[in-house]
Design a protein around this ligand. Structure first.
Ligand code: 5GP
Ligand code: ZN
Length: 137
């Protein structure tokens, strides 16, 4: 547990939350500023700042918990779809530096717009980036 970490406080129960699921490695609770009705967060019990720092076993556990939540939300809320989002770094809109996955139920008529403006890709640029990123390249 890291002092002054909001989500460590929620995991420890010293900061109140609407917790909806928990297991050995993760806790899931409602986001206080929901993007859509049902928006929840999944966090590892063990503190890690972000996607770069999280233990792969905790990441796996968070993914499994997110899938469990999606199934539960599907049964209870009957949304039309879901977004699973992680923000890693302030430039990517991360505001709480304890790793979390956003599980956001989506509804055909919901007002949520992801801040993402797709633009036409340049094939050469995409291929050059792929060349740099390819693991065995
Ligand atoms: P981020 O911007 O880091 O991806 O997401 C942080 C999320 O935590 C935001 O969606 C925000 O609404 C949520 N959040 C911030 N403070 C609290 C809190 O005290 N309790 C809960 N349940 N969620 C919070
Ligand atoms: Zn923490």
């Amino acid at each position: 547990m890291v002092e002054d970490c909001l989500f460590c406080g929620i995991v420890a129960g010293t900061i109140p939350s609407q917790t909806i699921d928990a297991d050995e490695r993760t806790v899931s609770f409602m986001d206080i500023n929901p993007a859509t009705p049902g928006h929840a967060l999944v966090v590892p019990r063990a503190h890690s700042a972000d996607l770069l720092a999280i233990d792969p076993a905790d990441l796996e556990a968070c993914a499994a918990s997110a899938q469990r939540l999606v199934k539960r939300m599907g049964e209870v809320l009957k949304p039309d779809g879901f977004n699973l989002i992680n923000a890693c770094g302030a430039a990517a809109w991360q505001t709480v530096f304890h790793f979390h996955l956003h599980v956001i139920p989506r509804y055909e008529d919901d007002p949520l717009k992801l801040p993402w403006l797709p633009r036409g890709g340049e094939a050469d640029e995409i291929a050059a980036l792929a060349e740099r990123l390819r693991v065995d390249g």
